[in-house]
Design a protein. Structure first.
Length: 734
């Protein structure tokens, strides 16, 4: 019997266009014929060679490539190629913002070509059809935003996949058996993406860290940090370096500073604060004239440029405040000890000292290094008690050191006088166009195991605003002091641009659904109208929603050496001077301020602009991590309350469901349209509502509804709700 001859299986060549363009792009300036391209792609059969020949002809006809001599092609340097950053949607498509184009370029899912959200990419923009927004395709990934991802390992016999639960991540990461390490099936891990082979469906990677079992508290908190590339502990060499610093107060150093230890000084902070980076001093100089000192921890005295401690602080750029812990920018020996302005201790400080009258007008100002002594520490609640109590009593659990009875009278006088001045300064800011954001903060009562046992809301009262106004004053005056000097000096500013017009118009439409108005005719009326809106919604069911939506209309604040002012505060000059324990830009400001106080010339702007950009990026990551930790704790809290009905407000409406925010605890979840049994509902975009096909029943943004918890997913940090019905119909039935 004659054996049949085995036929060689023909390889199916996919993405021929992208493959050819990729080869020509990587070897710009060189020419290739179809045989060379076939060789690079590893094909030698007639079918694929013909496919390459046809594609070369098509690309040449479209003028994407050029035939420089018979059969030899090179890439055309074309104006239709642009660079930008990819912003993915949860549907799998994306947009690229291009500076040279008026509109964002839409990138369909099948044209992403291995690009991920946030990547810097090169794109080809197709010729625009009439009245259509530009559309294009990714031709090259220039820089990955990140290469490390957090996901759950799913093990097979000889390999594994890491499934990444990010809504904008459209692929798993393949892991070979020898790159799995100690990870076990079902573990939550950090995976490093190493390569994405041409013909592979998924990128290849290796497991670099095992976080633990999904759903466990420490696993999920560390996963949040890892997701944003944030550390959770200091390397041992950093701790050792910090421990060896001389943190004692030296007489020789005091001689180089303004000695303010005899002036009444105190701190006002949250009751659970561990680091105190700002203090206030107060004394009456003569009738109606006061000296107010804003004293800030002199971190720059200990954190010197060029040291590993400074490098670590710069890399972190900010402390991260998660629900159950703080990930500090500086080691504890500095953040909680040497630099913390604790009561009854002398500390090196950097100060802004003002002479002011009863109208809160600045008569004189001084900036420089000081040494101070904190006489007392107040929690906000204790300072608030003094402000609200006509007798001006100090709570019994406050310990004062310098002659208790006399000091008590002095501190009461100081707090009451500074409260009066703060109210004048705040009123003045509002009149000049500042926006009054007093958004409610969600806080949790945690037990010893970090389990949430209660939810409460943090609101800003007079004591908070007292501190805020004097910190704003110091930040503003430091920025003005340097910013108004001639010739121009390089400095670090906190900038905030005007709000986006389109977002303002959308906000106007949204708040109209609640019966509120917004005047966006001109620059002056916008801030006045926004403040009235924020005041009108105080205490209403829609307050948190409107506060959130209003904040979203604002541009994002950032750090820069190019000063454009601060819209939200209505300041022409603003910086961050008051929190160097937790923000690296404040450390830079201290260094630059001292540099210029010593009469030295300006520094390189480019160097500081790079540091500003890094600080802004790290701040954004920290904010995202903090937001995720709150969401995680909300989900955890709701797991224990899945048998209760809650009253909520519809806070968002989409084509796939409605978002509901529970009024009593601000937890937000989704009711999916497919889960609403009473009717088939359709999304009405213009009305921000869903409408029943048969009943014509409407659920609209801002409506109050009752819900129960359907599912609380700790891993995805997501809540699904069941809709019981509108507030009126449920309460009528009961």
């Amino acid at each position: 019997m004659t054996r049949k001859k085995k036929t060689k299986k023909t390889q199916v060549l996919e993405n021929v266009t992208q493959s050819i363009l990729g080869i020509l792009r990587k070897n710009s300036g060189k020419t290739y014929n179809y045989k060379q391209i076939a060789s690079i792609l590893g094909v030698d059969d007639p079918s694929n060679r013909n496919k390459i020949i046809r594609t070369l002809a098509q690309l040449a006809a479209k003028k994407k490539i050029e035939e420089v001599e018979k059969g030899k092609f090179t890439l055309v340097s074309n104006v239709d190629y642009y660079k930008g950053f990819l912003d993915m949607t949860t549907k799998g498509s994306g947009y690229v913002v291009v500076k040279d184009l008026d509109d964002d370029v839409f990138i369909p899912a099948n044209n992403l070509n291995k690009a991920f959200d946030g990547d810097e990419v090169e794109i080809y923009v197709y010729k625009r059809r009439r009245n259509k927004k530009p559309e294009g395709e990714v031709t090259q990934v220039l820089n990955r935003k990140k290469t490390r991802f957090v996901g759950v390992l799913q093990l097979k016999e000889n390999f594994g996949f890491v499934s990444i639960p990010e809504p904008k991540m459209y692929t798993d990461i393949f892991v070979q058996k020898n790159k799995i390490g100690e990870a076990k099936n079902g573990d939550k891990v950090v995976v490093e993406m190493e390569e994405w082979p041409e013909k592979a469906d998924s990128p290849f990677g290796k497991v670099v860290q095992v976080l633990g079992t999904p759903g466990e508290h420490h696993t999920e908190i560390h996963a949040i940090l890892a997701q944003y590339g944030l550390p959770h502990e200091f390397p041992s060499e950093i701790e050792e370096f910090a421990d060896k610093l001389d943190t004692s107060i030296q007489e020789e150093e005091i001689k180089n500073r303004r000695d303010m230890r005899d002036i009444l000084t105190f701190t006002i902070d949250p009751h659970d604060a561990k680091d105190f980076d700002d203090a206030l001093s107060f004394r009456e100089l003569e009738d109606g004239i006061f000296e107010v000192g804003v004293h800030i921890a002199d971190v720059s005295h200990y954190v010197k440029p060029g040291t590993i401690l400074d490098e670590e602080a710069f890399n972190r750029a900010t402390s991260v405040y998660l629900v159950d812990r703080v990930v500090p920018m500086l080691p504890e020996v500095l953040s909680n000890n040497a630099c913390s302005l604790r009561p009854n201790e002398e500390k090196y400080t950097f100060s802004a000292v003002f002479k002011m009258n009863e109208k809160a007008e600045i008569l004189d100002e001084w900036f420089g290094r000081t040494v101070t002594y904190s006489d007392a520490r107040f929690a906000y609640e204790e300072a608030q008690y003094i402000i609200e109590t006509t007798a001006g009593e100090i709570p019994a659990d406050i310990s004062l050191t310098n002659e208790p009875y006399q000091a008590q009278d002095s501190i009461v006088t100081a707090i009451l006088q500074m409260d009066d001045m703060a109210k004048i300064m705040r009123k003045r800011r509002m009149k000049e166009g500042a926006i009054s954001f007093d958004k409610v903060e969600v806080k949790f009562d945690l037990d010893e195991e970090n389990e949430p046992v209660g939810v409460f809301f943090k609101t800003s009262k007079d004591a908070n605003k007292l501190i805020e106004e004097f910190m704003l004053l110091a930040n503003k005056k430091v920025a003005e002091f340097i910013g108004k000097q001639k010739p121009k000096k390089t400095f670090v500013y906190r900038c905030h641009d005007d709000p986006d017009e389109e977002k303002l118009f959308a906000l106007k439409t949204l708040v109209g659904k609640f019966g509120h108005e917004l005047n966006i005719k001109d620059h002056k009326s916008i801030s006045k109208s926004l403040n009235k809106l924020l005041e009108d919604v105080q205490g209403t069911k829609e307050q948190n929603l409107v506060d959130t939506l209003t904040i979203r209309t604002m541009s994002k604040a950032y750090y820069s050496t190019e000063n454009i002012g601060h819209y939200g505060l209505s300041f022409s000059h603003y910086s961050h001077f008051t929190s160097p324990i937790r923000r690296y830009p404040d450390v830079m400001v201290h260094r630059l301020l001292q540099h210029y106080l010593e009469g030295k010339s300006t520094v390189k702007e480019e160097e500081y602009e790079e540091k500003c950009q890094h600080s802004s990026q790290m701040e954004s990551l920290a904010t995202s991590a903090e937001r995720d930790s709150i969401k995680y704790m909300q989900v955890k809290y709701m797991q224990e309350h899945n048998d209760r009905e809650f009253l909520g407000v519809i806070s968002g409406v989409t084509e796939w469901g409605i978002y509901v925010e529970i009024i009593s605890n601000k937890c937000e979840g989704m009711v999916r349209l497919r889960d609403i049994r009473e009717d088939h509902f359709d999304f009405d975009e213009e009305q921000f509502a869903i409408v029943g096909r048969k009943t014509k029943k409407v659920y609209q943004l801002g409506d109050e509804v009752y819900i129960t918890v359907k599912n609380a997913d700790l891993v995805k940090r997501h809540l699904d709700f069941n809709l019981i019905g509108s507030k009126n119909e449920v309460e009528e039935q009961n």
